[in-house]
Design a binder for this molecule. Structure first.
Ligand code: PBG
Length: 340
């Protein structure tokens, strides 16, 4: 008997994965990860003025909006079924402490009150940080050595969170990466009569080069030095787990991983280790580089952004903060039953 008579190829293959890839309908039926507009959060930049929609060159399709334009934008996002908004403020003036972050008539506070009055089905999330408001661009007050003084920063962040909750934020999102910020904010919110305001903690936020376009958009690049003294080293996965566990102990309600694609392992580990909702921030650089390549016809922006956000959800994110939120929601609605 010759060997080829019994060669495995002659037997029928028991499992042929391609059976489940034969048509759009079959692929849609067995698809494991589905995007929905309700899981998307749109970051928005609010600035002083009226009737202003100032395009952000580094973030195609995004603009710095005055409060009236922000409310119009929010109506549009609500109609698209987007889950929520994450607000960043560009104050009229900056100072070394960053007082624009917590004053009652601050830009984000004004925006929150206007959005609250519009009563839209959107979760209002406020970024709780000081770097957009400090004259030096760091996330807290500086010691003479130039490093951020951790504990005084906590008091200012707590004050900022309370002012945002008072103005109408459903969720505050501390992004300064100061040690103890979640506990300090939780205690301050409770003491100020805001026990139901939730905290979305930037649990694992690295000192990432992908924030470049954001710093241009928010005018928040540090005047000197960098943020490596408080943001995590992107090389450290175990440290991300420690940071996240600390935030859970301190009272975080939602765990945020940022940036998203460079940290899919951290998203998956966070999902596996905790039962709290996991959010991932698909940041400015992740969005801008897709558009830059698409402008050269090197990539298809719609396909790449859809694949990127799908991967982030597949890795374990329940919520994705992305500048592509409105586009994705539109594409998802258009696609309907015809997903390829
Ligand atoms: C504030 C903050 C930053 C981002 C969100 N909150 C900038 C930074 O840490 O330098 C970046 C978001 C993005 O790149 O889209 N600390």
């Amino acid at each position: 008997m010759v060997l080829s008579d019994t060669a495995p190829a002659a037997r029928p293959l028991l499992h042929r994965p391609r059976r489940l890839r034969t048509s759009p309908a079959v692929r849609r039926l067995v698809r494991e990860t589905r995007l929905h507009p309700a899981q998307l959060v749109a970051p928005l930049f609010v600035r002083p003025g009226r009737g202003i929609r100032e395009p952000i060159a580094s973030l195609p399709g995004q603009a710095r909006l005055s409060v009236d334009e922000l409310v119009i934008e929010a109506h549009r996002l609500a109609e698209l079924g987007i889950g929520g908004l994450l607000l960043f403020g560009l104050p009229a003036a900056k100072d070394p402490e960053g007082s624009g972050a917590w004053v009652e008539d601050g830009i984000v506070q004004t925006a929150l009150s206007a959005l609250r009055a519009a009563d839209l089905p959107l979760v209002l999330i406020a970024d709780t940080c000081l770097c957009e408001y400090t004259s030096h661009g760091h996330c807290g007050p500086l010691l003479p050595s130039g490093t951020v003084d951790n504990d005084p920063a906590l008091a200012l962040l707590a004050r900022t969170a309370v002012s945002q909750a008072t103005a109408g934020a459903d969720i505050v999102a501390p992004s300064a990466m100061m040690d103890g910020q979640v506990a300090a904010i939780r205690a301050a919110l409770d003491a100020a009569g805001h026990p139901t305001t939730a905290i979305m903690a930037y649990a694992a936020k690295t000192a990432s080069a992908f924030y470049g376009p954001f710093r241009e958009a928010a005018d928040s690049a540090p005047a000197m030095g960098d943020r490596r003294g408080y943001q995590m080293d992107p090389a450290n996965g175990r440290e991300a787990r420690r940071e996240t566990a600390l935030d859970v102990t301190e009272g975080a309600d939602i765990l945020l991983v940022k940036p998203a694609l460079p940290q899919l392992d951290v998203v998956a580990a966070t999902r596996a280790a905790h039962d709290l909702p996991v959010a991932a921030y698909h940041v400015s650089g992740e969005y801008a580089m897709v558009h830059a390549a698409a402008e050269r016809d090197w990539l298809d922006a719609r396909a790449v952004l859809t694949e990127s956000v799908t991967a982030i959800v597949r890795a374990g994110a329940d919520i994705v903060i992305t500048y592509a939120a409105a586009d994705l929601a539109r594409w998802l609605t258009e696609e309907g039953a015809t997903t390829p």
